[in-house]
Design a binder for this molecule. Structure first.
Ligand SMILES: C[S@@+](CC[C@H](N)C(=O)[O-])C[C@H]1O[C@@H](n2cnc3c(N)ncnc32)[C@H](O)[C@@H]1O
Length: 198
């Protein structure tokens, strides 16, 4: 079976749009075959975005790791009035993300990157709904290495489901971060992680 993060040149294209509303702002996302949550915004991503909006202020730069078509980064950028950088290993996802940046008129950029390979700056927030299907090693790399891309007082936020092993992930990153579970909703855990020097 093809996973959504493979780069399959032969994959058909069937572009569709998904609307989402937050704080009176209506967002429109182009989506397609071969990307995560192609027909419907992921519930975990929605809850993650809600909690970040509720619990952050004065964060002016965001890195969305494994951005897909850009839901998390684009909504946060607009509502928090921040610049967003979005990265994904999936070329089609990045292409859609670029279209969605333009469509939703946000201050953002998107490019292909295998985890942080092409990232060279630091950010106030690193946010991710990590690719569980890519395996635990990739997920832990995304989370642990995030600290090298955070400004002072920066925060890493992520969502993982209980049945996807969130508790063991939290344990495995506890050497790197102080973590706090901000919300549990339908098995989705929303986690905020700060480095010890914060
Ligand atoms: C669970 S999806 C989340 C997508 C999007 N952020 C959302 O909330 O709808 C995880 C994303 O990680 C991407 N991904 C998988 N392996 C990756 C890697 N090694 N480096 C960067 N992104 C990766 C996938 O292509 C996928 O778009």
């Amino acid at each position: 079976m093809e996973h959504y993060f493979t780069n399959n040149q032969n994959l058909k294209s069937e572009i569709r749009t998904i609307d989402f509303e937050n704080k009176g702002i209506v967002f429109t996302f182009f989506s397609d075959l071969g990307v995560f949550a192609k027909n419907k915004i992921d519930y975990g991503s929605k809850v993650l975005v809600q909690e970040i909006i509720k619990n952050t202020k004065n964060k002016t730069s965001i890195l969305d790791v494994g951005c897909g078509y850009g839901f998390i980064g684009i909504v946060l950028s607009k509502i928090l009035n921040s610049k967003v950088t979005m990265i994904d290993i999936n070329k089609r996802a990045v292409h859609l993300c670029l279209k969605n940046i333009e469509k939703n008129k946000v201050n953002g950029e998107a490019f292909v990157s295998d985890i942080y390979d092409n990232v060279h700056e630091k950010y106030d927030l690193v946010v991710t709904n990590p690719p569980i299907r890519a395996g635990k090693k990739v997920v832990l790399n995304i989370l642990k290495e995030a600290k090298d891309y955070l400004n002072k007082n920066g925060e890493l936020w992520f969502v993982i489901r209980k049945d996807q092993g969130v508790k063991s992930v939290i344990k495995e990153i506890s050497d790197t971060y102080m973590t706090e579970v901000i919300r549990k909703d339908k098995g989705f855990y929303i986690v905020r992680a700060k480095t010890a020097d914060n």
